[in-house]
Design a protein around this ligand. Sequence first.
Ligand SMILES: N[C@H](CCC[C@H](N)C(=O)O)C(=O)O
Length: 325
Amino acid sequence: MHGSNNDFFILDEKNLEKNITEDELSTLARAVCDRQHGLHGGADGILFVTSGHTGVAGKMRVINADGSEASMCGNGIRTVARYLNEKSGLDEFKVETMYADLEVKKSENFAPDVPAFDAEISPVSFDAADLKMHIGNKAKLIDDLIPELSKTLKFSAVAVPNPHLITFVSHDVLIGSELGKIASYLNNGENPIFPDGVNVSFVEIQEPKQIFVRTYERGVGYTNACGTAMSASSLMYVLLHPEQCGTEQLISVFNPGGMVKTCVHQRENGSYWMSLIGNATFVAEVKLAQAAALKGDFKHVVWNETGEQKAYEKFAAEVQGGSHK
Ligand SMILES: N[C@H](CCC[C@H](N)C(=O)O)C(=O)O
């Protein structure tokens, strides 16, 4: 399944032939997601769906393509919401994630045969501890320089709850090589600033309430879109450009894979959360022996396409015209 062509294999614990260990789950993700030797061209990660605790329709765990686990996945939770909606018949429910049970609900289709869901993105924190960020004794980083990374770009760091490093840039910088350089340094090999890595996004403001977000993801690399990054970028857009957009206002967020809508909300206690509204496209139903999958042997996979991808590509082509890309 995918959200904005940020694609995942959804693995429902109920379909396992036998229990899977933590190591096997990590090995499985690396095997099936590999873009060269993986399953049907690979994916950006595995979303492992289990029953979860009372009060939720299911639980989502996020395993990146490199086998690392993340606390949240914005595009992913919309696809899990669709998966659970079709299993349960519920249009509005909660999904358990590592740090919170999040509200999801079925939305209006974005286009014919492009189903959409609305997901709560929360909790949000600016604290260095929650970001596992070390920049001197800074407790937060809001629109500030990190000289080790860039002499000119100003960054903001926010956990939603997975960690994001965001900077607002010109179109030329957005499409340049700076993002890859900075994100590779922070994610591939040791670095003292984000020892656990961080998702890095460059954001271009195209017009009021319309931004373009390009992300290099921790544990994956460049993706077509990153839902939590688009949500975090929307929050920083509202906080740093209040003259253009406030809370409770819809933002169009374009990305290399398509477009989503976001909205920033602030609770009575001052904390923020975001709505992330976008497609949840079901590409194919996949059947494969568990032992073969673990070995990266995909010769006997059964792959049944749903036909939805065509409709999504048509939608993405139409909206990209609107993003003065
Ligand atoms: N790579 C992310 C997890 C996947 C998030 C992304 N695919 C999304 O849609 O939010 C991390 O390690 O924090």
